[in-house]
Design a protein around this ligand. Sequence first.
Ligand code: SME
Length: 174
Amino acid sequence: MHDATHTAPWTAGDHTPVDKVTLYTDLAAELDALLSDESDPTANAANAAAAIYHSLPGLNWAGFYLLRDGELVLGPFQGKPACVRIPLGKGVCGTSAETGKSILVPDVDAFPGHIACDSASRSELVVPLLDGDRLLGVLDMDSPHLARFDETDRKGCEALAAIVVRHLRRSVLT
Ligand code: SME
């Protein structure tokens, strides 16, 4: 079936077609500005989840799992209610957290141990939130489209995660 959302040109908020690299560059600048005046970590993670969810096309879930006492606990997100606790090493999120690497899953049904929170999800990208060697949590994005995410998304979302970490770190220290 033709997948209109996945194949449509990437668009900015004013519906001008943009390339994906530009979309991520613009979103990174917007995110940095959005988080820069606030030091509360919950407020900043919540606004980051909303900005990502509403800026990147073809998502059904975007948000954070944060490291709490050795396991991932659901943080601010946009999308349907999700599983609350994920042990390190479990699912896509727990595997990304344990390895400290981003994981791009073109087909969630082909990822052993994938945790299905929303049955509509077909592909997923998880990026760890790393403050140097210290794991703060993960940024998780789900899509109802197969193979929604590619290497450009991985690099773009890693840049977004770095901005979120910088602001969360600032809030922890202040
Ligand atoms: N699919 C994830 C669980 C989180 S939800 O997608 C929001 C995983 O396998 O870790």
